[in-house]
Design a protein around this ligand. Structure first.
Ligand SMILES: *Cc1c(COP(=O)(O)O)cnc(C)c1O
Length: 334
């Protein structure tokens, strides 16, 4: 057992903002007239799906790569990821001239492999599960000295995600409630640390899907526990928080005011609303805040900010959802 690490603080997040300023986009905020009418207070959408690589994950990845020592940069970075973390890390590494290897299992669909390759990473296909891919990562770390960059439970990653919170402070200084999509808790930990340091009275609401909400289950159990991963429209929110979680469990527990769960039908309604009413293409994980608002699950006495955390959705699936087809991913294999 290692000693508990101190929380990532405002100073680390402010430093991250300077470090990654040239590597990431300051994403816009737009007021939603339809959602403001519905809730009775201004609702602002933080359009982070328009971030380079299609999600906020670039922020943490860029800060983590920048934080490496020169000798580590010469050896390269490695991660297991089929999704937004892999894309962000691949892009950040290439921009910094650092080698990047992303390991994936043989079960990963070709489209996801191509998405990561397009960002310039080497892709290594190993084994038949995420665990076997992780073994290859461990081997590259010990044999070749590559640095493993995890998707959330890492100081520099959390500080990078926290820069999104600093942007919200600038863009919506009177925000009362911020809706943060929640999986491993890197985004929520960073954003909440930034916002609560400057505005202690602000409310931070984590939003997860009903199917496989790992952090929610761990908070209820008061410790990291294994949670079964289930197929969901919010696929970027799947997966556990790690039984040996060092930072994001403790930070989320201390900083989150509530966690709200949304159903598959509610997530689909969120995606649909964002397209037809707001003209935004958002993936399921990025639409959970709007899903919760539409479902009447959020009350706020002041302005609300919903973070649209990503936009990497299969466009065929998106088309079916916005066309009102009944898209049920829960019958498919995870
Ligand atoms: C990773 C991700 C999340 C969740 O972030 P955590 O730091 O794991 O809580 C939310 N939305 C999108 C689009 C993501 O890629």
């Amino acid at each position: 057992m290692s000693a508990p690490q101190p929380f990532v603080d405002l100073e680390e997040i402010a430093r991250a903002r300077t470090v990654i300023a040239g590597a990431v986009r300051v994403t816009p905020v737009s007021v939603s007239a339809s959602l403001s009418d519905l809730i009775g207070v201004p609702v602002h959408l933080k359009l982070e799906q328009s971030q380079i690589t299609g999600s906020f994950k670039l922020r943490g990845a860029a800060n983590a790569v920048a934080s490496l020592l020169d000798a580590e940069k010469r050896r390269g970075v490695v991660a297991v990821s089929t999704g937004n973390h892999g894309r962000g890390l691949a892009y950040a590494a290439r921009a910094a001239g650092v080698r990047c290897i992303i390991c994936m299992s043989r079960l990963v669909p070709q489209a996801k492999i191509d998405g990561i390759k397009a960002q310039g990473a080497e892709v290594r296909i190993v084994g038949n599960s995420q665990d076997e891919a992780q073994e290859e990562v461990d081997r590259l770390v010990s044999a070749d000295g590559l640095s493993m960059i995890p998707p959330f439970d890492h100081r520099a990653v959390i500080a990078g995600q926290g820069t999104l919170g600093l942007e919200i402070l600038d863009q919506v200084p009177d925000a009362a409630t911020v809706l943060v999509p929640l999986s491993g808790g890197g985004l929520l930990s960073g954003v909440a640390a930034a916002l609560k340091a400057r505005r202690p009275q602000i409310r931070i609401i984590g939003i997860s899907m009903e199917r496989g909400a790992a952090m929610h289950a761990c908070l209820a159990a008061r410790k990291p526990i294994p949670v079964e991963e289930l197929a969901t429209l919010a696929d970027s929110l799947g997966g556990g928080i790690g039984l040996d979680n060092q930072l994001t469990f403790a930070m989320t527990r201390a900083l989150v005011d509530a966690v709200i769960l949304v159903s598959e039908t509610e997530i689909a309604a969120g995606i649909r609303h964002l397209y037809w009413q707001e003209r935004q293409i958002v993936e399921g994980s990025g639409a959970v805040g709007v899903a919760a608002l539409l479902a009447g699950k959020i009350a706020s006495s002041g302005p609300v900010v919903a973070i649209l955390s990503g936009g990497n959705i299969d466009m065929g699936q998106h088309h079916r959802i916005i066309s009102g087809e009944d898209v049920d991913v829960t019958q498919e294999a995870a």
